[in-house]
Write a protein that binds this ligand. Sequence first.
Ligand code: GDP
Length: 199
Amino acid sequence: EAGRLLFRRETQFLKGVVAMDGLPPDDRIEICFAGRSNVGKSSLINALTDRKGLARASNTPGRTQEVNFFTLEHLYLVDLPGYGFANAPVKVVEQWQALMRAYLGGRANLRRAFLLIDHRHGPKPVDDEIMCLLDKAAVPFQAVLTKADKVKAADRDRTRDKLRETLSKHPAAFPEIVITSSETGAGIDTLRGVIAGLN
Ligand code: GDP
């Protein structure tokens, strides 16, 4: 119920930034979404906010890596650049890491990061890397499994258990995992409720 109330008003795109000096003032609480490219991050943000096309897929490795800010009632919703592109140039990876370190370590108003993991595949080494960044920056994070509608029965428990085990090694991780599908809407209200409960 609280989740629906929070998301009843339109989420607005505020700005995209490529460097820390472009960040909006930290005058309201903030949540962010991170995940490998193609994990379903744009689809999830669009499903959460009920606005198709609000968040755009970022699956062009050459594209400028932007941190996109949206306003939603009393909070900022932040879409972090996707990571883990196959064959990404070293320079692009380094830029991403520098931006992530600066952003995660520099936002006093950041209440929680949501780390998206494809339910079919489970966590990959690059996911573990960002979990380490989150630990270092002491940003509490919660894992969200995506594309639950697509996971094969044979993989469902295996990928979830592997994620549980990975999370147990990260002090900044919440043990609870939210299982979602932007396709069927499963877990979307649960995630809205989690976000509405933050203050
Ligand atoms: P992003 O790169 O992380 O922003 O990923 P997108 O949201 O663009 O999704 C990547 C691809 O996965 C697209 O083809 C989506 O249609 C598809 N996709 C995303 N979420 C789901 C889901 O929950 N279920 C299914 N079946 N496909 C999804």
